[in-house]
Design a protein around this ligand. Structure first.
Ligand SMILES: Cc1cc2nc3c(=O)[nH]c(=O)nc-3n(C[C@H](O)[C@H](O)[C@H](O)COP(=O)(O)OP(=O)(O)OC[C@H]3O[C@@H](n4cnc5c(N)ncnc54)[C@H](O)[C@@H]3O)c2cc1C
Length: 289
C-alpha cells in the first residue's frame, strides 16, 4: 500500500517545528529517521496531514559529555550511538544494548529520539534511559521542560510528551567507576524486536550487591523498574538464595503482555532467566576489574 496524502515541510529550526506543531496539533508528525513512521503511513495505521522533517537540524545530532552528564541529541542515528566514544566510555550499558537495535540499514537512519518518542515497548533505548536515570528535554512554543525517564513512559506507545512538543535530547548521568552493568535480550533473530529483555546495574563489593537497578522491556507495556526485585537483591550476596528471592519478587513487579510473542508465564520465565544471567555477568565483571 502507499501512504495517504500528506503535506511536507522541512523545519528550519526547532522553533519553526514547534510553531508548526502548535498550529496543526495532532494532525502533524515529526519526521526523524522515518523507520517507524513511514511504514505506519504505508500501512495506513496513521494518517497525519503534515510531516515536519527535522533531518536538517544538525545541532540535534551527536553525543557529548559535558563534564556532568552525557547529552544524546534526538537526531543522533542509532549507528552513531554505536560508534560514539562518549557512549562507550561513559554509558557502557547503552554501548552493550545498541547493537541489538534493529539491523544495519535501520540503524543508519533510525534515531535515538525517534525511538524514545515512539516508546515501542520492545525498544532497547527507552529501557536503558530508565535504568540509567536519564532525563528527556522537550520543547514547544510554551517553552522547554525536562522530564525524568521514570515519569516519561506512561504505557503502550504512551509518553509524557504532548503532541506539540519536540524531543530535543536525552541527558544521562555517566556510569560510576565502582558500578557494573549488563544488558540481556531475547529475540527470535538478532536485531528483531525483543520478546523479553532487561538492563541491570549494581555495585559489587566483597560479593555483595548494592545500588541495584533492574529494568524490564519487551514483555511489559512500557519499560518497567522492578522495585520489589531490586529490594530483594539490595545488600545481599549474589548466590542461589538471593537469585531465588529476586526471581520470586519479579512476579510482583512484572505483568507480561499476552500476545503472539508468548504467554505471560513464559515471558516471566524468560525475564527470570535473563536476570540471573545479567547478575552473574555483573559479578563476573566486578571480579575481573
Ligand atoms: C525492520 C525494523 C526493525 C526494527 N527493530 C528495532 C529494534 O530491535 N529495536 C528498536 O528499538 N527499534 C527497532 N526498530 C525501530 C527503529 O529503531 C526506529 O528507528 C525508531 O523506532 C524510530 O526512530 P526514527 O528516527 O526512525 O523515527 P520516525 O520513524 O521518524 O518517528 C517515529 C515516531 O516518533 C516521532 N518522533 C521522532 N522524532 C521525534 C522528535 N525528536 N520529537 C518528537 N517526536 C518525534 C515521530 O513523529 C513518529 O511518531 C525497527 C524498525 C524496523 C523498520
Amino acid at each position: 500500500m502507499k501512504a495517504p496524502k500528506f503535506s511536507y515541510v522541512r523545519a528550519e529550526s526547532v522553533e519553526h517545528a514547534c510553531r508548526l506543531l502548535a498550529e496543526h496539533g495532532d494532525e502533524a508528525r515529526i519526521l526523524a529517521g522515518g523507520q517507524s513512521l513511514i511504514p505506519t503511513l504505508n500501512m495506513r495505521l496513521s494518517r497525519p496531514s503534515l510531516l515536519i522533517d527535522i533531518n536538517r537540524l544538525e545541532h540535534l545530532a551527536g553525543a557529548i559529555f559535558n563534564g556532568k552528564e552525557v547529552r544524546i541529541g534526538a537526531l543522533t542515528r542509532h549507528a552513531d550511538v554505536m560508534l560514539s566514544h562518549m557512549v562507550a566510555k561513559y554509558l557502557p550499558l547503552v554501548a552493550e544494548a545498541i547493537p541489538h537495535v534493529a539491523h544495519v540499514a535501520v540503524r543508519n537512519r533510525g534515531t535515538f529520539g525517534g525511538s524514545v518518542a515512539l516508546a515501542d515497548p520492545a525498544a532497547e533505548m527507552p529501557a536503558c534511559l530508565l535504568a540509567l536515570g536519564g532525563r528527556l528535554v522537550l520543547q514547544s512554543v510554551r517553552g522547554v521542560r525536562e522530564v525524568a525517564a521514570e515519569n516519561y513512559f506512561h504505557g503502550l506507545y504512551q509518553t509524557a510528551r504532548e503532541p506539540d512538543e519536540v524531543l530535543i535530547e536525552a541527558l544521562i548521568p555517566p556510569q560510576s567507576n565502582d558500578e557494573r552493568s549488563s544488558f540481556k535480550e531475547l529475540s527470535r533473530r538478532h536485531g528483531d524486536f525483543a520478546t523479553a529483555g532487561m538492563c541491570a546495574r549494581a555495585k559489587v563489593r566483597g560479593g555483595t550487591l548494592t545500588s541495584v537497578r533492574l529494568v524490564y522491556f519487551g514483555s511489559e507495556v512500557k519499560p518497567t523498574l522492578a522495585r520489589t526485585a531490586m529490594a530483594a537483591a539490595e545488600g545481599k550476596p549474589w548466590n542461589e538464595t538471593t537469585a531465588d528471592a529476586v526471581s520470586a519478587a519479579l512476579a510482583v513487579d512484572l505483568d507480561p503482555m499476552d500476545n503472539l510473542m508468548g504467554k505471560p508465564a513464559t515471558k516471566l520465565h524468560w525475564q527470570r532467566v535473563l536476570t540471573k544471567r545479567a547478575l552473574d555477568d555483573i559479578t563476573s565483571k566486578a571480579k575481573a576489574a
